[in-house]
Design a protein around this ligand. Sequence first.
Ligand code: NAD
Ligand code: UD1
Length: 319
Amino acid sequence: MVDKVLVTGGAGFIGSHLVDRLMNEGFGVVVLDDFSGGKRENLSSHLGEPNFCLVEGDVRNEADVKSALEGVNAVFHLAATVSVDLSVKNPLLVNEVNVGGTLNVLRESVRADVKRFVYASSCAVYGEPAHVPISEDHPTKPTSPYGVSKLAAEHYCKVFCEVYGLETVCLRFFNVYGPRQSMGPYSGVISQFIEQLKRGKPPVIFGDGTQTRDFVHVDDVVAGALCALNSEECVGNVINVGSGKETSIKKLADILITLFGVQGIKPRCSTPRAGDISRSCADLSKAERLLEYKPRLSLKKGLKQMLIEQVKHENVSEG
Ligand code: NAD
Ligand code: UD1
């Protein structure tokens, strides 16, 4: 029976929500994070709790991973360099962390006799889709070093399942959003638009805004990840986790402008981004079948909830 779980990248955006849920469900939780992208603050409600342990370390470092795996019987491997843009600028770093780091965590998991290993992959493995919605048997032709790194790590997961008997499951997350999403030059489009609108500036769209993404709320992603811990059928598989809905970037800007109540502001189009794909939308049939996964939050509802939580958080921080 799984009772103690390691979450690599647990101080990050998705990882910290997963940790909240696992702690609520009564699991013992270890987080391994180097804080290169994550924040201690994301874990503040668990620090000092007896069934929670924080290991500050690097997934590339054998000793750090070994110490984080003590007594652990399941792993959620989320630690990664996550920006597509940064991967174009620094492909070596992305390869070291996302491929080398994953291989290290896989190998140590086998040594530590871990049962289940859930890997946070990405729809970036598909590259430019030939059709949407995208099912898991769609060809994989990543268009960025980031996408290549996630695909290579998936292959390692498959081999570790077949050769070493580690129960690996790869979840291909689509564009995840929600509270605690990081803000910075390499952050996702939703954080960028919110930040621009907060400053009274127009959202800047790269290209003409007709490109689409499948935006999925972090609570739905966490629910999917938890199902992957328990389902027997999902072992050795790659499975999409998205919303199953396609939204253009222009439409996203319009929804946020309406939620901010600043109808006078119009989005500004700028140069298209290198390596960008034009469409994305998940086919969720396999997730429904193997994980009984069903996304609950619509984009409008999810964004509204996210903005309300941000205001609450800012009021608490200021007061
Ligand atoms: P994030 O940057 O918030 O979280 C990643 C965490 O990994 C951070 O806390 C960071 O400090 C940690 N980390 C990075 N390098 C590390 C290293 N060498 N050793 C230890 N820790 C390290 O990003 P996120 O959005 O929460 O993404 C989590 C996972 O989900 C990643 O694997 C990412 O590729 C995948 N994913 C995310 C999305 C998305 O839309 N956010 C979509 C598809 C897949
Ligand atoms: C994102 C994730 C990546 C994940 C992938 C899965 C981030 C930083 N990256 O990449 O980890 O694997 O989803 O699909 O979360 N855009 C603008 N203006 C902006 C920012 C972006 O128009 O200010 C556009 C981009 O050009 C792109 C779209 O919005 O067309 C989405 O960009 P982004 O949020 O960075 O996500 P992905 O590149 O899809």
